[in-house]
Design a protein around this ligand. Sequence first.
Ligand SMILES: CC(C)(COP(=O)(O)OP(=O)(O)OC[C@H]1O[C@@H](n2cnc3c(N)ncnc32)[C@H](O)[C@@H]1OP(=O)(O)O)[C@@H](O)C(=O)NCCC(=O)NCCS
Length: 225
Amino acid sequence: MSRAPAPTLNLNGYTDLPPGKIAAVVTFLEMKARPRLRRLAPEPGRSLQRITDPARFKTLFRAIGQDWMWFSRLHLPDDALQAVIGHRLVESYALVQDGRDVGLLELDFRPKGECELSFLGLIPEGVGRGSGRFLMNEAIRRAFRNPIRRLFVHTCSLDHPDALSFYLRSGFTAYKRSIEVADDPRLKGFLPRDAAPRVPVIEGVETIRTRRSPARPRSGLAGKV
Ligand SMILES: CC(C)(COP(=O)(O)OP(=O)(O)OC[C@H]1O[C@@H](n2cnc3c(N)ncnc32)[C@H](O)[C@@H]1OP(=O)(O)O)[C@@H](O)C(=O)NCCC(=O)NCCS
């Protein structure tokens, strides 16, 4: 018996998301050999420190990522986060400027023969002052001092609008694009309600119905439930 061909996934046009979800376009990038590092004038008072304390990590992660809807590490219990950032194949660094944590860099060597640049970011006041280039140069230098086949990273459309061009300028090549759907972290309580205000919170159907519940539902459909 011949099998019917698998239906082709057709994503052209709009795809509505269920209430409470957000979506982003993710671009995956890689570099297979160490490029020449871009020049950067030295800046006194800037250093990298290994970070293994979950509380310090979360504070920095929140300060950097709140505007960009970073939440993946915030809902991890401290012992689970400790297991990642303290792993012998994971290198998490705080960028310290004049005694203050202003940036984060994480290299994950757990994929065999490869390295993922899992986090690179600066607090809002640190952006556009050369610290991003400093972090990237350190990332490339530290990654390729190990015998890896490739360094890879992904960035999404919720990240800083210059992040993708920054990665391309740094020597990465884009090789794949995905759509990522997630629960809105502000509705789940992982981020404050006013985080990333350029992406408005859209109330779920349940919330709207609860708010309207004293009044008569306006449509027949709403009234059925
Ligand atoms: C992506 C990100 C790290 C880029 O950092 P940035 O601070 O904008 O980048 P920089 O200012 O260091 O670098 C930009 C360029 O300006 C130059 N520059 C800017 N100010 C400078 C200064 N004061 N001194 C020296 N160079 C400077 C850099 O050398 C660099 O030049 P190059 O790209 O030609 O080498 C930053 O936008 C960020 O952290 N965003 C928020 C988090 C995020 O979205 N991260 C990416 C997630 S995947």
